[in-house]
Design a binder for this molecule. Structure first.
Ligand SMILES: Cc1cc2nc3c(=O)[nH]c(=O)nc-3n(C[C@H](O)[C@H](O)[C@H](O)COP(=O)(O)OP(=O)(O)OC[C@H]3O[C@@H](n4cnc5c(N)ncnc54)[C@H](O)[C@@H]3O)c2cc1C
Length: 461
């Protein structure tokens, strides 16, 4: 009997592990372990945790619809695995891989638990559009791609030849184990019933089917995406990121659906940014450690609270942070503007903003969030050049000329004219010009503190 552990793959179709399970023609026990470490600090109450749990509820419903069984438990993964292997006749554990430092450590422990019991541990990479290891080999490059455009071009060429299409197989084709029907599983069933989370899963509404959002986006917005994606008052992007990150929709199905359409290029270019950050998390050994390799002593948390609470006095920043705090959403351009404002104008370490987004973003993903923050803080591959700092007022005038977005999230300012509404208020916590000049000096020093860093890069975020 096999054991399949769901993680960031909360769907029932087009999964590498399912193809493998089917080829083995053995029954499989399916589980999802809610990890106390990942849910620490009451994350189940934060936008990011809630969104994930809504996808968990959806997954549970899908299993029910197919008449299959999934066990959702709460506990330290290696402790749960040890007990499951002790109490059930399992010969192989199957998972999809993730490349964050925590995931790598967790999976090393799981592998050790399995090995100690003589059980195989099989991992598949399933969350990227391209097979990045194969892509890297086929590129013939000795080192990784460090600049986005060549990466994007090469990846497009690679996909034309080596694309692995989505699989028609789904949960209904598998034979899942119902422990209640399996002799000798009483002890395991009792344990499962004791591994309950400190909150009720029933409190989370099952998330909607992301295929519907994809269809709506392709029909109504894709043709205008390139022209409108940055005009954040207008809801013209797909809002698929949370579903993609939770694995609630297959990245291959998303790609195949969009490639059937005209005007797909601009959107696919954004989708490939996702692979570029996931690629960096594998091929840039510093990706999760830049804060340890640069000298950040000239940065401080002095203005962090004002930024977090939407009290900076710079309307575009306060409006975007209000939307984030209230809904868990923030359009991409506003993420770039608020992150750059925090790291540059407010000279705050990027890690504080990164941590804050971790709780607040509904679509939080450790790798993509870090990638976005590194870009804004001029660190990492192809980051924003340290001397090119976005002016929040100019950005606001350009992308929301009539102040529609500002009026939506800062109703107290609704009476101001279209011209006045973008300007910093009297109580603004920094002067934009002075803080920009100071940031350029400080970041010049920070980047010099690591002599090997390459200054410069593209502005594409
Ligand atoms: C500071 C900062 C933090 C970020 N944190 C996250 C995060 O935690 N999770 C997350 O999913 N994205 C993050 N992003 C990237 C981007 O903002 C979101 O992916 C995008 O806003 C999601 O909206 P959408 O699904 O409507 O995207 P669309 O515009 O419809 O794009 C389609 C898909 O392409 C991918 N994508 C689009 N833009 C980017 C990008 N710049 N980088 C990587 N992938 C991209 C996403 O999977 C997205 O769903 C961050 C960006 C910045 C600047």
């Amino acid at each position: 009997m096999k054991l399949f552990l769901h993680r960031k793959d909360l769907r029932v179709d087009d999964l590498a592990a399912f193809n493998y399970l089917l080829s083995s023609s053995e029954p499989s026990l399916h589980m999802l372990i809610l990890d106390p470490f990942l849910l620490r600090h009451s994350r189940h109450e934060a936008h990011s945790g809630k969104q994930f749990l809504q996808y968990v509820r959806r997954l549970m419903n899908l299993y029910k619809q197919y008449g299959k069984t999934i066990y959702v438990v709460y506990g330290e993964p290696e402790v749960v695995l040890e007990q499951v292997l002790h109490n059930a006749p399992i010969d192989e554990v199957i998972v999809h891989r993730d490349f964050t430092p925590y995931a790598k450590t967790r999976d090393r422990k799981l592998r050790e638990v399995a090995r100690a019991r003589g059980v195989s541990f099989t991992e598949f990479v399933d969350h990227t559009l391209a097979d990045l290891a194969d892509f890297q080999i086929s590129s013939g490059k000795s080192g990784p791609y460090k600049v986005y455009t060549p990466f994007y071009k090469k990846l497009n060429t690679y996909l034309q030849t080596f694309y692995r299409p989505s699989s028609p197989l789904h949960l209904g084709d598998l034979s899942t184990v119902d422990l209640a029907q399996l002799e000798g599983s009483q002890r395991l069933l009792e344990l499962i019933q004791s591994w309950v989370p400190p909150f009720s899963l029933e409190d989370y509404m099952p998330a909607e089917n992301p295929i519907e959002s994809l269809d709506d986006f392709l029909t109504d917005h894709l043709p205008f995406y390139a022209a409108r994606r940055d005009y954040y008052a207008y809801d013209g992007t797909s809002s698929l990121s949370a579903a993609i990150n939770a694995g609630a929709i297959s990245i291959r199905k998303v790609y195949e659906a969009v490639m059937e359409q005209e005007h797909s290029a601009a959107w696919v270019r954004q989708l490939v940014w996702r692979d570029f950050y996931l690629y960096q998390s594998i091929y840039d050994e510093n990706f999760f450690g830049y804060e340890k390799t640069f000298d950040f002593t000239n940065l401080s948390d002095r203005h962090f609270e004002a930024w977090r609470k939407a009290e900076t006095g710079v309307p575009i920043i306060d409006a975007a942070m209000t939307e984030l705090n209230e809904t868990g959403r923030m359009p991409n351009r506003l993420r770039m503007i608020t992150a750059m404002f925090l790291t540059k104008n407010l000279l705050c370490p990027f890690t504080l903003g990164e941590q804050y987004f971790r709780y607040k973003l509904s679509d939080y993903d450790n790798t993509l969030n870090r990638g976005g923050w590194l870009w804004c803080a001029s660190l990492g591959f192809d980051a924003s050049p340290y001397f090119r700092i976005m002016n929040p007022v100019t950005q606001s005038i350009t992308y929301d000329p009539s102040g529609q977005y500002l009026r939506r999230w800062l109703p107290q300012m609704a009476g101001l004219s279209d011209k006045q509404i973008h300007q910093p208020q009297a109580h603004a916590i920094v002067d934009l010009k002075q803080s920009r000049a100071a940031a350029i000096e400080v970041y010049k020093h920070i980047l010099k503190s690591k002599p090997t860093v390459e200054l410069g890069g593209s502005e594409d975020g």
